[in-house]
Design a protein around this ligand. Structure first.
Ligand code: BTN
Length: 265
């Protein structure tokens, strides 16, 4: 079991994980908080983190290959591993709660979706400091026992939680342990065997592949496209209406799905 450090209230578990990482905390060290007052999401957004949700961050230390002078702390494989680990941990939780039918999908780059609504998000941040070995922090925000109807404004209809689906609570600490173990196993598997098996799992659960989406590049006009696949560097391969294919990096674009949501069971 990884070393899990618990807080009641904290600004952001990602920020705390970075601080501990810079002080030498080990690979797998996990930080969890009951609530965050300054939770952060992708693209500089804030992340609403009330009690009942699972807010946690895991420190990832990569072994650098000999002759590899490029720090790999922000390797996209960490994002892919994180998305797969959350989807598998949530599936396991639904099985335990008697709902093996709940289909957990991975949006792109790593929103976790159920029936088109967001149940979890992942924020991976690299940390490279001179004279210090590089590491990354994978932050997980999961709507567990908090209800989507208590979220602010437009998030309310776009989100869903475990409790919304099963109408019962799941122990936050147990969910944290499960996810930390799944994630570290997935990262260690990639380090030893390469990314192919994990990419297959990600593709099999992808909510984006084959569905028409709108690509919103930062600072450029948006366009419609069909995602075809995810390549070994974690980039989404999309076909534009013109037939031209493009490779999209997670940090470069936001994708919104064009198809209608199905109803929630
Ligand atoms: C997203 O925008 O989808 C990513 C959200 C990530 C939120 C989690 S909650 C725990 C960790 N600490 C943070 O400040 N953010 C991440």
């Amino acid at each position: 079991m990884p070393n899990i450090i618990e807080y009641d209230t904290i600004g952001s578990t990602n920020r705390e994980a970075k601080r501990l990482g810079l002080n030498g905390a080990d690979h797998g060290t996990t930080i969890i908080a009951s609530e965050q007052t300054e939770g952060r999401g992708r693209l500089g957004r804030s992340w609403f983190s009330p009690r009942g949700g699972l807010w946690m961050s895991v420190i990832v230390r990569f072994q650098l290959e000999q002759g590899d002078y490029v720090p790999r702390a922000i390797d996209p494989s960490i994002s892919i591993a994180a998305g797969v680990a959350v989807a598998e941990a949530l599936t396991d939780i639904f099985v335990e709660l008697g709902r093996p039918d709940v289909n957990v999908r991975i949006g792109w780059p790593n929103d976790i979706l159920i029936e088109g609504r967001k149940i979890a998000g992942v924020l991976v941040e690299g940390c490279v400091i001179e004279n210090n070995s590089p590491f990354a922090v994978a932050g997980f925000g999961i709507n567990l026992n908090n209800k989507a109807c208590s979220l602010p404004g437009e998030l309310r209809n776009a989100a869903i939680s475990v409790k919304d689906i099963v109408n019962t609570e799941y122990p936050v600490r147990k969910a944290c342990e499960k996810l930390a173990v799944f994630f570290i196993k997935t990262i260690d598997h990639i380090q030893q065997n390469g990314i192919d098996d994990v990419l297959d799992k990600c593709q099999a659960r992808s909510a984006a592949i084959g569905q028409e989406v709108t690509v919103v590049p930062h600072g450029e006009p948006s366009y419609a496209a069909i995602p075809l696949d995810i390549d070994s560097k974690g980039r989404l391969i999309v076909r534009m209406i013109s037939g031209e294919t493009r490779l999209l990096d997670a940090e470069e674009v936001t994708i919104s799905r064009n198809s209608n949501r199905e109803g929630i069971k």
